[in-house]
Design a protein around this ligand. Structure first.
Ligand code: MEV
Length: 446
């Protein structure tokens, strides 16, 4: 699947100087932008996305989970400059980590110079597993299950109700005989379900529980687990992009051109799990931030990403990078992305609903393509910093504000303390505390 949403006359997501504006000015720009670009954005979206609890009142919070006692807020930012499959996007991202949104926006800026990001996705097929033990005759059980396949799929579709009526539903069963478990041999039945625009966990688990008794009867075995797999390797999303060598007229670092160094840095993650884990964490910095903003299950995405990264038996990077003869850099990323735009908290959480309205996505696949694109951009941003002047330079500048805040600085003091620490190139909690003390006592005497 390849989702292109080209629309004429849309405003650009290339928002020069966005980060220098006040928070209120940014909100106005995003509101105006979304009003022109999204079919779903309205006044309620504006209030829910920008308001302090993101529309999540305590009563709704109490409905979402059990034992609710409050809500927990995190910063919501906007990554600018993204062009994905020919369409400009402003991306809502929730993260507590400085540099993530700035890095993604800068990478998207560089990628759009070479035409932007191209993304695609598989149909939204989820895998569910039924574990059968004590199967007396494996071969016979497998043959019988294959023979009854149509009836099993029909029963699953009956359980899936409206999903099946809307064109989704159970598509296939696959049988896996596993003989190396410490509890003896077992038969695992995979049910493949097209979950359409839902993440699909509830749908698939419902279908599995419905068909499990028949699977036990047909195989003459005993059912234990009935649960989806988070290794969604039938629901992959991909993104690729180029960064042109001429985007870098000068390099602040001696040695080979910066894009060559990015390529060299990325090569380590292809062979070394110690590096691959960090490399993939950088990708997930971007991915999780959008997954969280849109009310999706980021633990499922994390589990799927890491399992997919280890699919060959060696844990490796989810992305690959190449340089061509002209020094241009090409990157691609592929990972499972089980995301929904209906169901779960995507609609029940007003803030998530508003984030989806900002994105104006029409399908879960389109959302997955955007999320994969952000992952690729985030990966490039990290590699660019690492291969250039190092991650700490830019990171610590942004981090200085957090350090000032955690030292107890007031809103008015945060900027001043951060500026002094940056100028001194001494960004530490103890220095923030000293500066705060001297500023407070200077204030006391004035
Ligand atoms: C930090 O949150 C993420 C990075 O470590 C990713 C990477 O090393 O590629 C910078």
């Amino acid at each position: 699947m390849f989702t292109t949403m080209q629309q004429p006359n849309l405003p650009s997501s290339r928002l020069t100087g966005f980060h220098r504006l006040s928070l209120a000015e940014r909100q106005t720009i995003v509101h105006d932008w979304a009003s022109q670009t999204s079919r779903h954005w309205d006044e309620t979206s504006r209030q829910d996305l920008f308001g302090p609890p993101n529309g999540l009142d305590l009563q709704t919070a109490d409905q979402l989970i059990e034992n609710t006692i409050g809500r927990f807020a995190l910063p919501l930012g906007i990554a600018t400059n993204f062009r994905i499959n020919g369409r400009d996007r402003l991306i809502p991202m929730i993260t507590e980590e400085p540099s993530v949104i700035a890095g993604a926006s800068n990478a998207a800026r560089l990628m759009r110079l070479a035409g932007g990001i191209t993304a695609s996705s598989d149909p939204p097929l989820m895998i569910g597993q039924v574990q059968l033990l004590d199967v007396p005759q494996m071969k016979r059980a497998m043959a019988a299950l294959n023979e009854k396949k149509a009836a099993i799929l029909a029963a699953a579709n009956e359980a899936l109700g409206s999903l099946a009526q809307r064109g989704g539903g159970a598509r296939e069963i696959e049988l896996r005989q596993l003989s190396h478990a410490k509890i003896g041999p077992m038969l695992v039945v995979h049910l493949l379900v097209d979950c359409q625009d839902a993440m699909g966990a509830n749908a698939i688990n419902t279908a599995l529980e419905r068909i499990a008794p028949s699977l036990a009867e047909i195989s003459k075995g005993r059912v234990v687990l009935r649960i989806l797999s988070n290794l969604n390797d039938r629901r992959l999303a991909r993104a690729r992009a180029q960064i042109n060598a001429d985007a870098f007229s000068h390099s602040s670092v001696d040695g080979p051109p910066i894009l060559q160094r990015v390529y060299e840095a990325a090569a380590l993650a292809e062979i070394d799990p110690y590096r691959a884990a960090t490399h993939n964490k950088g990708i997930l910095n971007g991915i999780d931030a959008v997954v969280l903003a849109t009310g999706n299950d980021w633990r499922a995405v994390e589990a799927g990403a890491h399992a997919y990264a280890a699919r060959t038996g060696n844990y490796r990077s989810l992305s690959t990078w190449q340089v061509d003869e002209y020094g241009n850099l090409m990157g691609s990323l592929e990972l499972p992305l089980a995301l929904g735009i209906v169901g779960g908290s995507t609609r029940a959480h007003p803030g998530a609903k508003a984030a989806l309205a900002l994105l104006d996505v029409q399908s879960a696949s389109e959302l997955a393509e955007i999320v994969a694109s952000v992952g690729l951009a985030q990966n490039f941003a990290a590699l660019l910093a690492l291969a250039g002047e190092g991650i700490q330079h830019g990171h610590m500048r942004l981090h200085a504000r957090q350090i000032a805040l955690s030292a107890g600085a007031s809103d008015e003091m945060v900027g001043q303390i951060a500026a002094v620490m940056i100028a001194e190139n001494d960004i530490r909690p103890s220095r923030a505390a000293e500066l705060m003390k001297s500023m407070t006592s200077a204030g006391d005497h004035s």
